[in-house]
Design a protein around this ligand. Structure first.
Ligand code: B4P
Length: 191
């Protein structure tokens, strides 16, 4: 069983690297961003609540996200473990995840922090915005998302440093180069 958190600022490549990790390690995948976008597309009550926050570049409230995550975790069938992508984004979410996993006799084995400079993040997200159609991929909302990351999400790093599972990963280079760094970090922990 291998449970991994992939972490980093908006546009750092969490979704991109998750795809590589899933293929290589055979893990189940939970992306809170993907779940929220699917709810918005289907026009559910949860989707309506989520859209109002995402469009402003803000975090969806912890109570909503934690309940949603728990439901997903209970329905996911993965014997090898799970990659948590875009979750936790607050210390309260990190604490809730720890408790949810503890009930199952599990824990987070590796937390991977993708380190990417602000200018590179903005450039990537503006580029994605040319084709994504995402309401949050415009300059004003990207800057807000980065500010929210710095105040509300960055403290999650200290949580995992205290847990002993934190690994910094240089997140600039080709997708393949970054994945090599990730493989080394995961293999070192799983050994
Ligand atoms: P997310 O969907 O998690 O999205 P993200 O932070 O924008 O992207 P990610 O880091 O995955 O970047 P990607 O690989 O796509 O969240 C969206 C919103 O949902 C949040 O702002 C929030 O409102 C809400 N939300 C989600 N989870 C929540 C939670 N737990 N609590 C509260 N609210 C929550 O890469 C970005 C771009 O860079 C892509 O175009 C990609 O092609 C490119 N790229 C990737 N790697 C590259 C590389 N090595 N070089 C060059 N470009 C690269």
């Amino acid at each position: 069983m291998l449970n991994v958190v992939i972490f980093g600022p908006p546009g750092s490549g969490k979704g991109t690297q998750s795809e590589q990790i899933i293929d290589y390690f055979g893990l189940g995948h939970i992306s809170t961003g993907d779940i929220l976008r699917a709810e918005i597309k289907e026009g559910t009550e949860l989707g309506k609540i989520a859209a109002s926050f995402i469009d402003r570049g803000e975090l969806v409230p912890d109570s909503t996200i934690i309940g949603m995550l728990e439901n997903k975790l209970n329905t996911l069938k993965s014997s090898k473990g799970v990659i948590f992508d875009g979750f936790p984004r607050t210390v309260a979410q990190a604490q809730a995840l720890k408790e949810m996993l503890a009930k199952r006799g599990e824990s987070i084995d590796v937390m991977l922090n993708l380190e990417v400079e602000r200018q590179e993040l903005i450039a990537r997200l503006l580029k994605r915005g040319e084709t994504s159609g995402r309401s949050d991929d415009n300059l004003e909302t990207i800057e807000k998302r980065i500010a929210v990351y710095e105040t509300q999400t960055a403290p999650v790093m200290d949580f995992y440093k205290a847990e002993g599972s934190y690994h910094g990963i240089q997140g600039v280079g080709s997708v393949a180069e970054i994945f090599e760094r990730i493989k080394e970090a995961i293999s070192a922990c799983a050994a």
